[in-house]
Design a protein around this ligand. Sequence first.
Ligand code: NAP
Length: 251
Amino acid sequence: MKLLAGKVAIVTGASRGIGEGIALKFAEQGANIAFTYVSNSSAEKAKALEEKINALGTRCRSYQSNAADFSQCETLVNDVLKEFNAVDICVNNAGISKDNLLLRMSVEQWDEVMQVNLNSVFNMTKQVIRPMMKAKRGSIINMSSIIGLMGNAGQGSYAASKAGIIGFTKSVAKELGSRNIRCNAIAPGFIETDMTGYLKEGEQADKYRAGIPLGKFGTAEDVANVALFLASDMSSYVTGQVINADGGLYM
Ligand code: NAP
């Protein structure tokens, strides 16, 4: 029996990286997938993923939708409900980093990171809890980061946005637990995606790797496996938690 048979999952930011890994993993486990991307340049990649997932035998549709924009999230969730009739799982994965030392960080850089990383989680959660409350079940998974737990020089805005996600996650878990809606966060460490493209081989990569007990960077699939646990009934008594997927880097 597949772990997510017949469920409907929204995954934001799944044209590549961790989101793509989650969309694929969920589809392999029987979920129908609605996923988003934002850039015109990702449209072709999104279509290719849509076709790949449809070929697995579950339904998939991609949507170009800016998670930082409240009204676009409202339209997205209405469209998904029309197309799929339900939202059982929402993975708030879309995110960016605009790293800069505080002395050099502009207000615009700060605001952009907050809007894409933190406001997006509010925007989407606000929309999906209505159908979830009606269905009397739901799993919301928010993509935080170990940087939100430990901080990092040059990543003040990113760290603040990812720490904010954790406070929000725990509050939603408390607010909606009685409605059988669970809300958890994942805190990945160094995962090999476009976002960490600077971590190609070299001295800096070796230094980071040396600090990881498991001795390697993670993959999108490593994070997707944690998301699968949180999305499925395997975690039916788990809410308000932050699960690190970081090879032991932060403990
Ligand atoms: P990535 O490879 O850069 O992919 C980012 C994804 O988010 C893309 O699909 C992108 O769409 C989408 N996106 C960006 N802004 C968006 C917006 N405003 N609305 C909708 N979609 C948007 O990043 P990743 O490494 O997979 O990271 C995914 C999540 O994990 C992020 O929240 C990130 O902070 C978190 N994380 C990553 C790491 C890591 O080491 N990689 C570690 C900890 C946490 P387009 O293709 O259209 O741009």
